[in-house]
Design a protein around this ligand. Structure first.
Ligand SMILES: C[S@@+](CC[C@H](N)C(=O)[O-])C[C@H]1O[C@@H](n2cnc3c(N)ncnc32)[C@H](O)[C@@H]1O
Length: 379
């Protein structure tokens, strides 16, 4: 592999116990948590190996296969099934691997851009040379691990995700976190209320396919369709993400069928959203997940628990995986004037949204749930 060739780099990890097996087999592997990155590797791309005990970085290697599951199932006793075969006759190593990788990004587990991968090859060849890495830290949001999600901006990275000029645009980091946690590369993600297409842009960058619809599409890649009649086959989708209207608080468009023209104080609003839920359930594969983003309403001195009402309807069709509280930072009312009004007129500004993560029950589980356990009546 010549350092001048522009290819993405990947760092896989080993320990002092597994290092020998990696290098003897010329096979690197990881577990499900980081499997996503390995599955992205294409034959010919650059690969490095970090020993997390000795803090040594080995490389460069060239991927001799695409990243796949179970290339050698028995390697590492099956503990690291996401694998890539590598080649590299002249690989070297450097010490202080974490320090070097930190100059590139906050986490070495993300793919390394071609420029930085080439710079890393040069650095391993000549560790005393001064190499300038580009910091990739800002390119991706953090992977969330708690039920409180927060991010200061609507978008991230070098390419736009949706349009922050679109009223009600979704913060892209929410979709990024859903896509990374619940789908694999190549999976099909559906957003039936896509608006400016944030889901579409996130999916494109993460190597997922996306079916994006809206009742009034503002860009050509988003197709026109009513979310209550999704033009997809039953059980064909790997994940649904939906940021629905929260009532009639935003004037999206005048299109007939726009659910955002119904007040969240009426049953009709929830009845129409429930039709969307039924369609999402139909097209979702069993066992797969839907993420539904929604916020409450406080209008004209009246609070409406839109989130609880939507959750109640979701529970009629799906089982709950978890409920996430998403901090609302970028909204237009996040100003001093609104802060003063909230104090003067004794109300609260909406500070969070709910992200309901729900699952389409597997058929065998659904059947079990229907069985009555008679034991409790045997007294
Ligand atoms: C909160 S916005 C979605 C924002 C989008 N995720 C983005 O990032 O730009 C809600 C969207 O629902 C759409 N919508 C309302 N009723 C609909 C329906 N019946 N079918 C499909 N889309 C609908 C609106 O046009 C609006 O674009």
């Amino acid at each position: 592999m010549s350092a001048g060739k522009q290819v993405t780099g990947y760092v896989l990890a080993c320990t002092s116990t597994t290092e020998k097996e990696c290098l003897d087999r010329m096979l690197f592997g990881t577990n499900k948590l980081y499997g996503d990155n390995v599955l992205k590797i294409r034959k010919g791309e650059l690969v490095f190996l970090i020993n997390i005990n000795s803090d040594k970085l080995f490389g460069p290697f060239t991927a001799d296969s695409d990243g796949e599951k179970n290339i050698v199932p028995e390697a590492w006793k099956g503990r690291y099934p996401y694998q890539v075969k590598v080649a590299g006759d002249n690989f070297g190593s450097i010490r202080n691997a974490r320090k070097v990788l930190k100059q590139i990004s906050s986490t070495w587990r993300e793919p390394i851009s071609p420029d930085n991968a080439a710079a890393l090859v040069e650095h391993i060849k000549n560790p005393k040379s001064k190499v300038v890495f580009r910091n990739e830290q800002d390119d991706k949001p953090r992977r969330e691990s708690t039920t409180l999600w927060d991010y200061p901006k609507q978008s991230y990275g070098k390419t736009p995700k949706g349009s922050n000029k679109y009223a009600g645009v979704t913060p892209a980091f929410i979709i990024y976190n859903m896509v990374r946690r619940y789908t694999d590369p190549g999976d099909l993600v559906l957003d039936p209320m896509s608006g400016s297409g944030t889901t579409l842009d996130v999916c494109k960058e993460e190597g997922r396919r996306c079916a994006a619809f809206d009742i009034a599409p503002p860009r050509p890649e988003v197709l026109q369709s009513d979310a209550r009649k999704i033009p997809l086959a039953d059980s064909s989708v790997d994940m649904v993400f939906i940021d629905s209207p929260y009532g009639d608080n935003i004037d999206y468009n005048d299109q007939a069928g726009n659910i955002g023209r119904l007040s969240a104080e009426t049953d009709e609003f929830y009845d129409e959203l429930e039709k969307v839920m039924v369609e999402c359930h139909r097209v979702l594969k069993p066992g797969k997940v839907i993420g539904w983003l929604i916020g409450d309403q406080w209008v004209k001195k009246k609070f409406t628990p839109v989130g609880f009402n939507v959750y109640d309807r979701l529970c009629r069709h799906f089982e709950t995986v978890d409920i996430i509280c998403v901090a609302r930072r970028g909204q237009t009312s996040n100003t001093g004037i609104w802060h003063n009004r909230a104090l003067r007129f004794n109300f609260y500004l909406r500070g969070f949204k709910y992200l309901f993560i729900m699952r389409k029950t597997l058929p065998e589980k659904a059947a079990k749930r229907k069985k009555v356990s008679w034991k409790q009546y045997q007294r």
